[in-house]
Design a protein around this ligand. Structure first.
Ligand code: BES
Ligand code: MN
Length: 467
């Protein structure tokens, strides 16, 4: 997989750096815990003062890691409102040296229900640190800070690394990066880099690193079904009139075929991946209940990475507690459609809108309003930077990495690559299949985080030496 004849860092190099990472790790873990205590949920319904506080905390960490130029910046969203605060910290490249852009996000998903412990009070159990954002993506911030600290100590010892570093930590990734487009217009030159490291993905499993070579895109929005002007008595009118909830359910049921594949015509499917998940392990990671069949056809990795997926992520209807014997005039559902690599989000949006209109049950009024869209990512072939990353992973883990796709989305990557088409992009991360990002009891594996820090330090040094 990797040409190891000339690329490999020497064993002594790796051992010395690994020792530094071990020595700095307790303080780094404490810094990660402090970040997790800040409930920086970027969703609109949550207090955005916490997002501002986490930006401040990240700025302090990066300043202390030795980056002389640290700014907190906001750009406008398309609706004119200010976006969330992003931290940009830089050490400009010495003349002729390359620049590396290190990305992570400091905002998190809402905590949701079902936590064993307080989501914003980090708790270590064995090798795992629990808390919202402990993995996604405050661990990504810790990875960058840790790598810079490890190399900073080397620099202090006279072993200067001739590489420019820009750390970009945004505060609204979990809300679809709405101001990023404007941010790129406002601050394009600040972000210009030769190599981009996006530490917001997952590894293959604990003990096996991965380089992410594709991500799915996303279209979401709300479908509304309307059948009456207003609610009527369900005894008086029920029978000839089907309520909006039933009509919505019938419409939603058309979105998948009997095998569980997405039934919206015209969506792109990418080629089957070369690796696959073990079915039993996948069921365990996803906590699928015994007896519940998996949906769709093809390999599991193919269904996750290379095909569309459609989930109903919310329904507005009268609650059970407030139910009365009436026929509901309207109800609505939020749909989240994941897109295969190669799929144009606009085309997917049209395909979904056409499907919903064509399947309107019995003349019910069906409306579709798109909310967000994000482009998928497909690594544009192999690069020297990707080979260097694989070699750094191999040195840090003692195990060769796997090239993986990911079913999740990081839409800003495609936007960034449009602006910097010549930059080499490396999608890495700290998560593992048991990290439960977005769910209850999210956690990071601290042994894996140590390896990610070491690998990133090795990679930065490698870029400094010339790819
Ligand atoms: N870190 C995730 C993306 C991810 C998910 C990587 C799973 C690896 C495995 C990222 O923070 C995320 O959740 N993105 C959102 C994007 C959306 C809000 C546009 C997602 O995928 O839902
Ligand atoms: Mn993330």
């Amino acid at each position: 997989m990797t040409d190891t004849t000339t690329d490999e860092p020497t064993r002594d190099d790796v051992a010395a750096l690994r020792e530094r990472v071990e020595a700095l790790f307790p303080a780094l873990q404490a810094d990660l815990e402090a970040l997790v205590r800040i409930p920086s949920v970027s969703a609109a319904a949550f207090d955005q003062a916490h997002v501002a506080a986490s930006a401040d905390a990240v700025a302090t960490l990066l300043r202390d890691a030795g980056l002389p130029d640290v700014q907190i910046l906001r750009s406008a969203r398309p609706d004119g409102m200010p976006g969330a605060p992003a931290v940009v910290a830089r050490r400009p490249a010495p003349a002729g040296a390359p620049t590396v852009l290190l990305y992570a996000h400091h905002d998190v998903q809402p905590p949701g229900e079902g936590w064993t412990t307080d989501p914003f009070e980090p708790v270590q159990v064995g090798e795992r640190l629990y808390g919202r954002g402990a993995a996604d993506d405050k661990a990504g911030i810790a990875a960058h800070v840790g790598a810079l600290r490890a190399l900073g100590e080397l620099a202090a010892a006279g072993d200067e690394t001739p590489v420019g570093v820009t750390v970009f930590v945004e505060g609204e990734e979990e809300s679809g990066s709405p101001s990023f487009h404007q941010f790129l217009t406002d601050h394009r030159e600040l972000l210009r880099a030769d190599v981009i490291v996006v530490a917001d993905s997952t590894n293959w499993k604990v003990g096996t690193p991965a380089l992410t070579t594709s991500l799915r895109g996303l279209v979401d929005g709300v479908v509304e079904v309307e059948v009456l002007q207003h609610a009527g008595h369900s005894g008086m009118f029920g029978g000839p009139v089907l309520d909006a909830n039933v009509q919505l359910a019938r419409l939603l049921a058309t979105l998948h075929d009997d095998a569980g594949n997405v039934a919206v015509a015209g969506l792109v499917t990418a080629p089957e991946p070369e690796v696959d998940y073990d079915e039993a392990q996948f069921r365990a990671d996803a906590t699928v209940l015994d007896g519940v069949a998996l949906a769709g056809e093809g390999t599991i990795a193919g269904r996750l990475w290379a095909k569309p997926a459609l989930s109903v992520i919310g329904i507005d209807a009268t609650s059970v507690a407030h139910a009365s014997n009436t026929i509901a005039p309207r109800s609505r559902a939020k749909l989240s459609l994941r897109l295969a690599p190669g799929q144009d989000p606009e085309a997917a949006d049209r395909a979904l809108a056409d499907h919903l209109a064509a399947h309107a049950p019995a003349g019910a009024r069906v409306g579709w309003t798109r909310w967000e869209e994000g482009k998928p990512f497909l690594a544009p072939g192999d690069s020297a930077a990707m080979r260097a990353a694989r070699s750094a992973f191999t040195a840090a883990w003692g195990t060769e990495p796997v090239d993986i796709g990911v079913g999740g989305s990081i839409p800003f990557i495609a936007d960034l690559l449009e602006v910097f088409p010549d930059a080499a992009i490396l999608v890495t991360g700290v998560e593992d299949p048991d990290s439960r990002a977005h769910g209850a009891d999210e956690s990071v594996h601290l042994g894996e985080l140590r390896k990610v820090v070491l690998a990133e330090a090795l990679l930065l040094r490698r870029v400094a030496e010339g790819l």
